[in-house]
Design a protein. Sequence first.
Length: 167
Amino acid sequence: MRVLGFAPVVIETAALARYGRERRDRLALWQPPPPDRDTLKTPVNCRADLVAERAAMKNRLKAPGAAAVEKHLQPVIAALSRETAALDRRIAALMDESETPAATRRAALKRTLFLAALTARRHNPELRASFDRPVAKGKTPMVALGAVMRKPVVILNAKVRDAVAAA
């Protein structure tokens, strides 16, 4: 029998058991996720939904004939912005209370930045240059990708700094 052009793989249970016995001392054992993960996951997902809905409403304002519904959409957009800000405060409080180590949260951020950097390297000329410069100097592509990952973080930190200074 073939599935999508590949022969099915048969793994014997005895081989799996032997693998586990031989490597038990070196393998990391499964740990249940921290209990506060679900507490934090729900508001983060809800925030993402609110942001997506707000973007959809703003896009509707740019559609042909939007003038007819603009006065109805503006209050909805304002309410979504307020709810997003309230969730941001709640998420910040939950992270302060969280027992999850900061290193674990940083790892998730690094994964996200890595995937964003891969795309940005291809499609953003400024970030492509941030990748090409270190490679031209002999750095490995992974080191250069780290530079691409840091660039948006530096830009965001500067924007937050300027916004706080202006307030």
